[in-house]
Design a protein around this ligand. Structure first.
Ligand SMILES: Cc1ncc(COP(=O)(O)O)c(C=O)c1O
Length: 373
């Protein structure tokens, strides 16, 4: 703690959450270690059932990360070399990376300036005879309105694979993201709304065949020990993470509720301020994994908040078509996806987690309101 500051507001504080759950977590970890069911096994199966029932999906297949969830889902959907997959330019790198890792080509689309979600009209301009799939991302925790995506995918016979890495528990019209029956990919990276204590992920689906194939692929294509019916990989979820996730899953609704309450307060207080706050939509649609504001003076605001002890993030500073890794795809550079590019310069993620105190929230709001630019 810097003694010259009135208060500090870390961008994320996983330690506070841990302290509240420490006794339960310690017991669960000891149970796993005592049982020696470390990879796969009853703790994983238990969590898979709990998560499926929480989401309202028939099947949950636990895997080693959100990235492997996307890779396996793409493989199960039959996407591979020669195929093109539509991906929003403003998302975490892994959404596109998974496409590349199955041998297909990510094709970027622009995004909507208000919802920050994939813009279907931009996707339509990128269609070719090789386009096979589209990955809508429920970015920042807001469940995307998929009606246009569904029409578009039906018109061009595209598979839809949903990236719900940031959207645990968000819902539209009472249906949770992941319950649609389509392959939906979750990450349990520690900072997520439902986070493990290491890497972990899951795919949900309502299709028994897809579930079976996902289970095969995550475990060396192996239906039984030393039998290998297909070439898979090692993308298994481990028992420790599963047992920890089972404990945290019981808290998820309450944590999401608190995030929403904090977001409502912050958004209304910042309505007439130097920043544009995110839309606070109907109950349940947004679980505010991130609270992302916009301002043309982003860098100055970020520095000002830092000087006042408030941590921030940028999600994401470089649109995917401008990353070094994807220069190989030959996009024209700046100007290809103007909205995503403008967002990258203007967005700022303020601290957002269930454990934020009233004092921290007020302090953050005041700091933004006092920012003169
Ligand atoms: C939108 C999005 N997709 C995919 C991923 C990849 O998840 P993981 O880090 O668990 O591999 C993440 C997580 O960081 C993400 O935010």
């Amino acid at each position: 703690m810097n003694p010259t500051l009135a208060l500090e507001v870390p961008f994320l504080d996983l330690k506070v959450q841990y302290r509240a759950l420490a006794p339960e977590i310690t017991r669960a970890v000891a149970d796993v270690l005592e049982s020696a069911q470390l990879v796969g096994g009853p703790f994983v199966e238990n969590f898979e059932q709990e998560f499926a029932s929480y989401i309202g999906a028939r099947y949950t297949i636990g895997v080693s990360s959100g990235t492997s969830a996307l890779e396996l889902a793409l493989r199960v959907a039959g996407i591979g070399p020669g195929d093109e997959v539509l991906v929003p330019a403003n998302t975490f790198f892994a959404t596109a990376e998974a496409v590349s890792n199955v041998g297909a080509r990510p094709v970027f689309t622009d995004v909507d300036p208000t919802s920050f979600h994939l813009d279907v009209s931009s996707a339509e301009r990128m269609i070719t005879s090789r386009t096979r799939a589209i990955i809508p991302v429920h970015l920042y925790g807001r469940a995307m309105d998929l009606r246009q995506v569904l029409e578009f995918a039906a018109a061009y016979r595209l598979q839809i694979i949903e990236d719900a890495a940031q959207a645990h528990g968000s819902a539209r019209n009472g249906t949770k993201v992941g319950a649609s029956g389509r392959l939906t990919c979750f990450s349990f990276y520690p900072g997520k709304n439902l986070g493990a204590y290491g890497d972990a992920g899951a795919v949900t689906t309502n299709d028994a065949e897809e579930a079976r194939n996902l289970r095969l692929l995550r475990d060396h294509g192996s239906p039984a020990k030393y039998q290998h019916s297909v070439i898979g990989t090692n993308a298994r979820l481990d028992g420790l993470q599963a047992a920890i996730l089972s404990i945290k899953l019981c808290q998820l609704d309450q944590w999401n509720h608190l995030r929403r309450e904090h977001a409502k307060l912050m958004a209304s207080a910042l309505a007439d301020s130097p920043v544009t706050p995110p839309e606070v939509t109907t109950a349940g649609e947004h679980v505010f994994h991130l609270f992302v504001v916009r301002t043309p003076q982003r860098n100055a605001l970020r520095n000002y908040l830092r000087a006042n002890g408030i941590g921030t993030g940028i999600h994401y500073p470089v649109p995917l078509h401008l990353t070094e890794a994807y220069q190989q795809l030959g996009y024209p550079g700046h100007g290809a996806f103007p909205i995503a590019e403008q967002l990258a310069d203007e967005i700022l993620s303020l601290p957002m987690y269930a454990e934020l105190t009233d004092e921290q929230i007020e302090y953050t709001i005041d700091a933004v309101l006092n920012f003169a630019g």
